[in-house]
Design a protein around this ligand. Sequence first.
Ligand SMILES: N[C@@H](CCC(=O)N[C@@H](CS)C(=O)NCC(=O)O)C(=O)O
Length: 236
Amino acid sequence: MNDLTLYYAPDTCARVTMIALDEAALPYEPKLISFVRGDHRSDWFRALNPRGRVPTLVVDGAPLTENLAILQWLADACPQAGLLPEANGAFEAARSLADLAWCAAGLHPIVTRMRLPHFFCDRPEAAANVRALAEAAITAEFLLIEARLAAGPWWYGERWSIIDAYINWIWFRVTGCGLDASAFPRLQDHERRLSGRPSVRRVLDIHAAASRQLAEQGLAVNFDTIASQVSQGKVA
Ligand SMILES: N[C@@H](CCC(=O)N[C@@H](CS)C(=O)NCC(=O)O)C(=O)O
């Protein structure tokens, strides 16, 4: 059994990693960090992950970064958890890797542009355009997911996988910043089903408690404050 420590911040994509660890029934120590306090830019955290990002999973003292790599490692290390479909050969394994890559490198960057558009333009007044383009891009992606879920209820049909948790985290983030959910009834249903999984309920509780803890310490993330700091050149 590996010694596992997961660095996370509430409501981030580390939620997907946490669901994977819970589904695999792997004991781990969750370590909450604060973006507002700048923990992710500190020397001690950058020694673990020079990019200053969560999730960062420390395995027997060695950090593993990037959700895609962490989730693929967990899926391979704990096949009984069924995080990804059982692959019959390298080609099938590559196909589920492609789905993970699409979540991490295709969908996630669109979420960031929608939530924090001012990081992606040199003039504050261009932020609305960046956001609108990101919203159009994620809408196109969700229309494809919505169509695929007709054969559902999960991404891989009858069987749940960690891709469902990843898609749902993307959905949570963009509906949480204004995307109209009403055009996507299957994605709404997908969220209801996912929330019924015990692993997901436990992880959502951990994230809600972490959000409360940070808020009590005056460390809640405020996107309006970040936008105004970026506009004033106070955030790199
Ligand atoms: N490519 C990374 C992205 C991770 C990432 O961007 N995490 C966000 C939270 S969802 C983060 O740590 N942001 C802090 C920052 O960008 O300063 C992965 O897939 O693990």
